[in-house]
Design a binder for this molecule. Structure first.
Ligand code: PRP
Length: 205
């Protein structure tokens, strides 16, 4: 059996639909109930529904052989996994955003609100800008509105959240998309089965 950690939500459902189409359907799978584990003996697959930001943990620790996770999480936490395939879904950008008309005052450290502290630190280190990180877990856009930070480093998908809060993109840091990842030990022992699944997905994309 190959076990796959899927991010609970719309993206996970889309990836499941793709996996089902290429031969990894699971008869008992349903996003509607509260069940977290779904098995299909015939297709040799077991799915786990997990919180999107936890997928890489399940895979790195070997609780799941494969997982589906955003490049943002991979870059931020650098988990010890193999990245097998870009699924070209969940496309967005990691960006610096600020209130409209913002100008950087180089006389003092820039206050940066973000969930992605490593990405933000790396980015500003590269441009030699001294910063103060304000780590938040969500609704990051609120920080500059309340004067708690100067800028944010966050995901921008449609741009709606920024627009509706009078913020704008200052710089795009990196493009983000969803990746298929594998546990390193599972890949060593199950490379044939994992490569077959990866190839089928690749062909279906
Ligand atoms: C993400 C991100 C932005 C928003 C961007 O938040 O943090 O707030 O989506 O999307 P948009 O450009 O299409 O408006 P999420 O919904 O994951 O919630 P969060 O506030 O908990 O991070």
């Amino acid at each position: 059996m190959i076990s796959i950690a899927l991010p609970k939500g719309r993206l996970g459902e889309k990836v499941y639909a793709l996996l089902a189409r290429v031969g990894y359907a699971c008869s008992e799978f349903s996003p509607e109930n509260r069940k977290l584990v779904f098995c299909d003996e015939r297709n040799g697959v077991r799915y786990f529904w997990v919180k999107p930001s936890d997928v890489a943990i399940y895979v790195a620790l070997g609780a799941a052989d494969l997982g589906v996770v955003g490049k943002d999480i991979l870059t931020e936490y650098n988990p010890d996994v193999y990245e097998l395939l870009d699924l070209n879904m969940g496309k967005c950008d990691m960006a610096v955003a600020a209130p409209k008309g913002f100008t950087d005052d180089m006389e003092r450290p820039l206050r940066v609100a973000t969930k992605f502290t490593h990405i933000a630190r790396d980015y500003y280190e590269r441009s030699n800008r001294e910063i103060q990180i304000i780590k938040l877990n969500g609704s990051i856009e609120l920080a500059p509105i309340l004067g708690m930070s100067d800028v944010i480093v966050d995901i921008v998908e449609t741009g709606t959240t920024l627009r509706e809060n009078n913020l704008e993109v200052v710089t795009k840091i990196m493009p983000i998309s969803t990746r298929l990842i594998a546990n390193k030990v599972a890949y060593r022992f199950e490379s044939d089965r994992i490569d077959r699944l990866t190839k089928r997905l690749e062909e279906a994309l």
